[in-house]
Design a protein around this ligand. Sequence first.
Ligand code: SF4
Ligand code: SF4
Ligand code: FES
Length: 541
Amino acid sequence: MPKIIVDGKEVECRDRIPVLQAVLEAGWDVPHYCYHPGLSIVASCRLCLMEMKMPNPKTKALEWAPRLMPSCQTPIKDGMEVRFDSDKVRDNQKHCMEYFLLNHPLDCPVCDQAGECYLQDYSLKFGESTSRMVEAKNKNPKKDVGSKTLLYQDRCVMCSRCVRFCNEVAGTGELAIVNRGSRAEIDVFPGVPLENRLQGNVVDICPVGSLLDKDFLMDQRVWFLRGGDSICPLCATGCAVRVDQNNGTVYRVKPRYNPGVNDWWMCDDGRFGWKYAHDEKRLNRLMVRRGMEVDSPDWSALPGIVRVRLDSLARSTDGGKIAVLLSPFMACEEAWMLASFVRSIAPQSTLAMGPVPYEGEDDTFPKGSSNGSAVKFRVLAEKCPNRRGIEMILASLGGHRATFDEFVKKAGEGAFAGAWIVGGYPKPWVTKELESALGKIETLFAQDLFPSALTDAATIVMPSCSWAERAGTFINAQDKVQPFEAAIAPIEGCQSDGQYLHAIWGGQGLYQAAKVREAMAKAMPAFASVHVPPAMPEHAH
Ligand code: SF4
Ligand code: SF4
Ligand code: FES
């Protein structure tokens, strides 16, 4: 690994990265706006300038060069010496910050970016407390640039990240810099709004509050939000995300850096598609039907009730007339606990997986890219997070298995006296065929998010939780085993699926996904290690 000297200290770096990236990774807080590791380098903001030793053309001896260099545009070279801790560098940072703030409206109290704004942070740390500007500030209009995005041009620092994102990652090129010098603005072309499926990312990478998310606008001050590390459940890409919540209400979902999966990005389907977690129609009470009566027992009674019912079914039918339909929205741990519990009571039972939803075709970005090396982001047509995980569990448990169609056909023929059916789909999923087969199942355990023909027909209804209230692992389209944690507590009346399945499975105390994975890894070595993305360097953005 190459080594460079920064402010007199030796730093080991990854190969072929810019000095700025290397020093950020080593813990230096170097201000920067235009540099983003996922975009081309333009070195336009001039905030990251450093001093560097270069050979004197006459003596060839290494000396501090007379002018500053952009650290974002200078690749590291073994043995190079640079410094940020110098009057020259600090003066440049102060002057740049004064320039960036010349026309900035300083409307932090009403700005959505307040609390995570790099004008505020840098101004405090690297800027001056006063401005020499006496003229009236330039005022620019707010612009409605896209269906999900607003542009507050006054706040823009012209870093061009948003423009480069639309050109290089989305490949749709809707944004551009129009005019020159102090009149330069970000804008869309007339009649061509910002309308690509990755548009939310321009809000994330805007270092100030210039590009704003209409969905989140004025919803929360960001310092009230707490983030939980999760995985998006809305397609098989399995983007790493952070779920930002306050008091159990999710306000926004943001991408987490996950190299090779979603890098720094996520699509708008995932970013805005989590609203079902707070849908008022969600099931929120445990129900047990006895004839015409519906009872709502305490959750602690559930393991006993389930075991009694399944034991009696297994005895009366020799276990062969019991089936479990797992869902591709379940976490691996949940599916494994449920299937292995049922198999422990009824070894002859049939295991199957519910329908895998598909929508359209895979969508690749930049638009028009098709070969692997050019593709920077994929939104997959497979609209569930864990088909591969459920298939792995089914294969590992062996025994009687069926496809969804076979399960429905057999159920319709009365082959199952008892069935445990898991939904958890964000959209209606019970097919007409499944609906008509349900009447042939005598004892039906239903685990789902929303009321449907399935829950109407069920003997025991267990409300599911949305993925934001659950923890476990999903296996994505690249076969990466990706853990996620619960970002919020289950809504009132519910328990997380992992928790009640853990109790039913016979686990003691609280459900801990990592502990269940340890047990699973004995049969399935893939679960012995999980894919955890590296943390972003503290000062990177
Ligand atoms: S709108 Fe934001 S991301 Fe775009 S150039 Fe301005 S400051 Fe940079
Ligand atoms: S690409 Fe798929 S996993 Fe990623 S954010 Fe979009 S829907 Fe979610
Ligand atoms: S010039 Fe280096 S980050 Fe902008």
